[in-house]
Design a protein around this ligand. Structure first.
Ligand SMILES: [Zn+2]
Ligand SMILES: [Zn+2]
Length: 326
């Protein structure tokens, strides 16, 4: 499924199977998750896509062929391919363990082709070995929704207890399982009146669930915002206890309205997270297998990608949307 231009439906096309470069592997794709970032790319809110482009960055597949220089992976290995597709290893960010901010990074399904396809190529060093357990549609959401949730969560510190999650979709339904496993209390905020999402959050163990306009039953130590809604930033600040932090987990957000300084004062903080590092991936996938995290997926055949995107846009997806190729 190819994006020829932003703001147009993806086009079903037959294309040659790509050949892996020396340090790449050819992947036969099993499944690819559908992420909100894909909507931001299609809508032109992320402004620098390769064109034409195959989107998709939550890829689960099997190594079908290796480039000459590949030495860690073998044909038949199950792997997951995330948003971070390549980093240079030389820039000041890479040298300081911040490869997520690499100046020369390539991103899967944005600046290089991704997973809304039957085959793709990926750099060996940016493929995560993924256990049997996740070598299927259930593994896909871990690779972005799971990872970005993990990176956001790792910013809130170890000693917090009451954690608010704003926007209860793919990322939240994974993160809540990890957070509860580690003894946190979760307060889930959804779009007004979204009783389904609130019931889903409570079923997964949330302490409290309600509309994002409501106040939680207790002050929060940390707030993680997954919904791309800038209005939630001052709202989350109001819900925070002294010294608390608001983490914005998305890649794009509507403008944040101005707010009085007093709701930031008392050492409250706001920060964003960007992309992921390979260390995040290794840590998170290990935890996911140990807990084990279960993902709730709604699957669509590859050719129905436009339909899956539309349902995600309309908030109709329960858990995570995933395209399946075999
Ligand atoms: Zn770099
Ligand atoms: Zn994503």
């Amino acid at each position: 499924m190819v994006m020829e231009q932003p703001r147009q439906p993806l086009v079903l096309k037959t294309m040659p199977i790509p050949a892996p470069a020396e340090d790449q592997v050819l992947i036969k794709i099993i499944a690819c998750g559908v992420c909100r970032t894909d909507l931001h790319i299609i809508d032109g809110e992320l402004t620098k896509p390769k064109l034409p482009l195959i989107i998709g960055h939550e890829i689960v597949g099997v190594v079908a062929k290796k480039g000459k220089g590949v030495n860690k992976l073998n044909e038949g290995d199950a792997v997951g391919i995330p948003w971070l597709g390549y980093t240079c290893g030389r820039c000041r960010y890479c040298r300081n363990e911040k490869e997520n901010l690499c100046e020369n990074a390539l991103f899967t399904g944005y600046t290089i082709n991704g997973g809304y396809a039957e085959y793709t190529v990926a750099y060996e060093n940016y493929c995560f070995p993924i256990g049997e357990q996740y070598a299927n549609a259930a593994g896909s959401p871990l690779l972005c929704a799971g990872l970005i949730g993990y990176r956001s969560y790792s910013m809130i510190g170890d000693h917090v207890v009451n954690v608010g999650i704003y926007g209860f979709g793919a990322a939240a339904h994974i993160l809540i399982q990890l957070a509860i496993y580690q003894g946190k209390k979760i307060y889930a905020f959804t779009t007004g009146g979204d009783k389904d999402a609130q019931a889903f959050a409570l079923q997964l163990g949330a302490t409290w669930a309600g509309d994002s306009s409501q106040s939680p039953s207790e002050k929060l130590d940390a707030a993680i915002i997954f919904a791309p809604v800038g209005d939630l930033v001052p709202k989350a600040l109001l819900d925070l206890d002294k010294g608390g932090i608001v983490v914005c987990g998305g890649i794009h957000m509507s403008d944040i309205p101005s707010f009085p300084y007093r709701i930031l004062w008392e050492e409250r903080a706001i920060r964003s997270v960007a992309n992921l590092t390979r260390k995040d991936g290794e840590e998170f996938l290990k935890l996911a297998q140990a807990i084990p995290i279960r993902t709730e997926t709604q699957t669509f055949p590859l050719y129905k990608a436009n339909e899956a995107l539309q349902e995600l846009r309309n908030g109709k997806i329960h858990g995570a949307a995933v395209l399946t190729m075999m």
